[in-house]
Design a protein around this ligand. Structure first.
Ligand code: FAD
Length: 346
């Protein structure tokens, strides 16, 4: 009997302790970024991640949207967010990291959030470090999975361009996690979110946007699930037709290696790698690219990598799931034809 009571007492202590830990987390606030009023795919991953994290911490997930939007924000509830705070101020339609940081800091204050989640995309990279300084909050940038909260708040993150992983324990009261795009699956369920207007002081940006040149017609590289990429093996810009034809047949976005962009064969926004875009599509087809580490740094998180190269010793084959040793000018048109046939495209 004494043993049983003693055991019950211990259980109560453990229960109280875990309650105490849980109550430390007021809520998880997810920054939902948008482009031209449309919520970005990377933000859907951030919401799914934040919702799961909130569940893990025994708290609720709330979202924050800045600027005017055309998307139905309440519908984002299906990704697990319960409430969305919306600062519908037109000044926020263009990203200004300094202005955004101040507004997000006000939202953190208003909601009492203790964990802020970003996507580690262009917006997240610009804002999260500034917010970290402003809130004196520890930041784990480039997280690839949910934190281990059993002993602290340990986040796994990519370092050295994805060549290694670091485990960082965020010990500050407020915590910021910025997750690598495409590293966490979007989970859609059911439900709607309550959308509430948030009043915040919005500074006048110090930088004025005069004009914007946007790439239209294709899925942006950062959001693309299928990518066909060309390297110096294609010899010149006049040969890019075979890359574009394959991309069109697949419904893919085109990319390139750095020397190709440096030589102005392709626009710089297509350049992927350590000094270019970092992507993680479901399929990455590399044509005439050697596979230098600086290139791999931007694409090695792709789910499936297909390499087409005439040199069987090309380093890229080591990172490939499928490899074709052959001349791109013979192989690529054949694949394009096969894809078209399969899809019934003439
Ligand atoms: C600090 C630093 C940062 C860098 N950042 C980046 C970066 O972000 N992104 C990046 O891409 N690079 C980057 N680089 C450059 C990188 O080191 C490589 O030089 C570059 O990736 C090579 O590009 P490539 O593979 O297109 O060209 P190459 O190395 O010239 O390779 C061409 C390939 O095409 C193959 N080939 C030739 N003809 C054919 C054919 N007919 N059919 C099929 N295959 C053929 C060849 O066998 C070869 O493997 C960086 C370098 C440095 C020093």
């Amino acid at each position: 009997m004494w043993q049983f009571e003693n055991c019950l007492f211990k259980l109560q202590i453990i229960f109280k302790f875990s309650n105490l830990q849980i109550s430390n987390y007021m809520s998880v606030l997810i920054f939902i970024d948008q482009n031209d009023g449309k919520v970005k795919k990377a933000s859907l991953e951030a919401i799914s991640y934040g919702a799961k994290l909130a569940e893990q911490l025994g708290t609720t997930a709330e979202g924050l949207v800045l600027g005017t939007v055309s998307d139905d924000l309440a519908a984002l509830g299906k990704y697990g967010v319960k409430k969305i705070h919306h600062v519908a101020n037109e000044t926020l339609n263009h990203l200004d990291a300094q202005v955004y940081t101040k507004v997000i800091a006000q939202a953190v204050e208003a909601t009492g959030a203790t964990v802020v989640v970003f996507s580690y995309n262009v917006d997240g990279k610009a804002i999260a470090p500034r917010l970290s300084v402003k809130l004196k909050a520890g930041l784990a940038a480039g997280a690839t999975s949910l934190p281990d909260t059993s002993k602290g708040f340990v986040v796994k993150r990519n370092v050295f361009s994805g060549k290694a992983r670091a485990f960082v324990n965020i010990t500050t009261d407020k915590k910021i996690v910025a997750i690598s795009p495409n590293s966490y699956q979007t989970i859609a369920g059911e439900g709607t979110a309550e959308v509430v207007a948030l009043n915040a002081t919005v500074d006048t940006p110090k930088v004025k946007v005069i004009s914007e040149n946007k790439v239209t017609g294709t899925v942006p590289l950062s959001e693309a699930e299928l990518v066909v990429s060309g390297g110096r093996g294609l010899k010149g810009p006049e040969n890019w037709g075979i890359i574009e034809d394959l991309a069109k047949a697949l419904g893919a976005t085109t990319a390139c290696s750095r020397p190709v962009a440096d030589a102005h064969w392709r626009p710089h926004h297509e350049h992927v790698g350590q000094t270019g875009g970092s992507i993680a599509p479901n399929l990455y087809i590399a044509v005439g690219i050697s596979g230098a580490i600086q290139h791999l740094a931007g694409v090695n998180r792709s789910k499936v990598i297909v390499v087409i190269n005439k040199d069987p010793e090309a380093p890229f084959f080591k990172a490939a799931d499928y490899g074709i040793v052959g001349d791109a000018f013979e192989v690529v048109p054949k694949i394009t034809e096969a894809v078209k046939k399969m899809k019934g495209i003439s």
